[in-house]
Design a protein around this ligand. Structure first.
Ligand code: FAD
Ligand code: UDP
Length: 423
């Protein structure tokens, strides 16, 4: 009998598996329907011997000492400060927009933060309320810079105009008055020295942890005995899309290896012009520090409105509203914990998911069964029809495919403290 079945071996699932196994002696079965651990952070050596990130560039950055310290148990680090250039009709300019971006774009010679701030002030639109991603950018740097750097990129990536997306999306990218051209400004900026997958292998290397790959959890339910479940997949899928599909954005990754040492002059080049079909090109050597006569790159092609692997929740009011309904179902499902980017429908970075999972672990050990998604109470609530696989304890209680109702939310564990907005 396993104490926990954990669905998904990404950050959320692996952190919880590691904590439960090593700190509380619980027996954990962690499964993933992919053929590897690490979730979207998975990296591997390709046929040419280059370390690449299968699901696009993953750069670790955080303001949370707790998260950094926790992960440091499983990896050594390589200091790495990420830099990105935006390709504006062949001209490569620093993004986030900074003083150099403005000077080079307009042929200006702004010398100080104050001069640059005055420039932004002269072009910024004064808005009473910042609601959307358009608002957040035009209120900082004005419409022209917004249209050059944000509008096209965002429309292509999300399949939505920035005016249809929450301010938090474009709000991830600051506008700077200095010449700092780092993509992130977080306190801790490092890459795992031997890659993410090696780090995950060390996290999950514990006698109390059993890993099953290529396996959907639903295929385990009828014969694997376990007491509680931690779910890190898409929350709407868990409930069989009862309220309709929650939109997630899917991407296609096109990997290439080139027979030359360097492909482009920056780790990532963004393409803000909407007619270009991909968002950005990443050259992995910059990220990994690997020395090799060849070089590997990846293009990211967004496919908004297409059903595919879910990579990004889409932050906008109607989706948040729909997620709330799923969260209410999650809150009312006994013996279950919902954690991670897909299960809690949050546009979280790796450090934020790690923080969320660590917070969840604290709740579990202190006996608070409240989940990130809300409450997970084991009390017997009035049954309510929910179309999803029945959990073993529900089958025992002859409540086939019936979820539960009730259980006051004790407030969710949060990713507070991790590095958001640290740019
Ligand atoms: P995931 O990594 O998605 O793991 C969930 C796992 O659950 C998956 O492996 C999936 O196969 C499995 N699963 C789902 N359903 C089932 C099922 N029914 N049965 C079995 N298994 C199932 N963050 C950063 O901090 N820095 C970055 O630079 C960065 N870049 C990114 C670039 C891209 C293109 C993307 C898409 C994300 C990026 N992120 C980045 C975000 C980062 O990937 C996530 O924060 C993190 O990987 C989320 O971890 P997770 O465990 O919540 O989910
Ligand atoms: N963005 C943009 N132009 C850029 C970079 C980002 O318009 O050159 C917007 C876009 O909407 C994007 C969001 O800012 O989805 C967040 O960018 P980030 O680089 O953080 O995205 P991620 O790495 O998560 O894909």
């Amino acid at each position: 009998m396993f104490d926990y079945l954990i669905v998904g071996a990404g950050y959320a699932g692996s952190v919880l598996a590691e904590r439960l196994a090593s700190q509380t002696g619980k027996k954990v079965l962690i499964c993933d329907r992919r053929n590897h651990i690490g979730g979207n952070a998975y990296d591997h050596y390709n046929d040419d011997g280059m370390l690449v990130h299968k699901y696009g560039p993953h750069i670790f950055h955080t303001n949370s000492f707790e998260v950094f310290q926790y992960l440091s148990q499983f990896t050594k680090w390589r200091p790495y400060e990420h830099r990105v250039r935006a390709d504006l009709d062949g001209k490569l300019l620093p993004i986030p927009i900074n003083r150099d971006t403005v000077n080079r774009l307009y042929g200006l010679n702004l010398q100080t933060d104050e001069e640059c701030a005055a420039f932004y002030d002269s072009v910024a639109e004064k808005l009473e309320k910042i609601r959307t991603s358009e608002d957040v950018v035009v209120s900082k740097v004005g419409r022209e810079l917004y249209e050059k750097f944000f509008r096209g990129y965002t429309r292509r990536h999300w399949g939505l105009d920035p005016s249809e997306l929450d301010a938090s999306v474009a709000g991830r990218i600051p506008a700077r008055t200095n010449t700092d051209d780092r993509y992130f400004a977080d306190t801790y900026q490092f890459m795992p020295l031997h890659g993410y997958t090696r780090m995950f292998e060390r996290m999950l290397d514990h006698p109390n942890i059993t890993i099953v790959l290529n396996t959907d959890y639903r295929d385990l339910l009828s014969f694997v005995p376990f007491k509680q479940m931690i779910y890190t997949g898409p929350v709407d899928e868990f409930f069989d899309y009862r309220y309709g599909k929650l939109p997630y954005l899917t991407l296609e990754f096109k990997h290439e290896t080139h027979d030359r040492p360097v492909y482009q002059p920056a780790p990532v080049v963004n393409y803000p012009v909407e007619r270009v079909p991909y968002d950005r090109i990443t050259e992995f050597k910059y990220l990994t520090g690997q020395e090799h006569p060849k070089t590997s790159i990846v293009y990211e092609y967004p496919h908004p409105h297409v059903d595919g692997d879910p990579y990004y929740p889409i932050p906008r009011p109607e989706n948040t509203e729909l997620y709330r309904k799923y969260k209410a179902l999650a809150d009312a499902t006994p013996g279950m914990y919902f954690v991670g980017r897909l299960a809690t429908y949050q546009y979280y970075n790796m450090d934020q998911v790690t923080a969320q999972a660590l917070a969840m672990f604290k709740r579990i050990v202190t006996g608070q069964t409240a989940t990130v998604a809300g409450a997970t109470t084991m009390a017997t609530p009035p049954p309510r029809r929910v179309v999803r696989p029945a959990m073993p304890w529900e089958r025992d209680a002859a409540i086939t495919a019936v979820g539960a109702n009730g259980g006051a939310s004790a407030g969710g564990a949060t990713a507070a403290g991790a590095g958001t907005g640290g740019r």
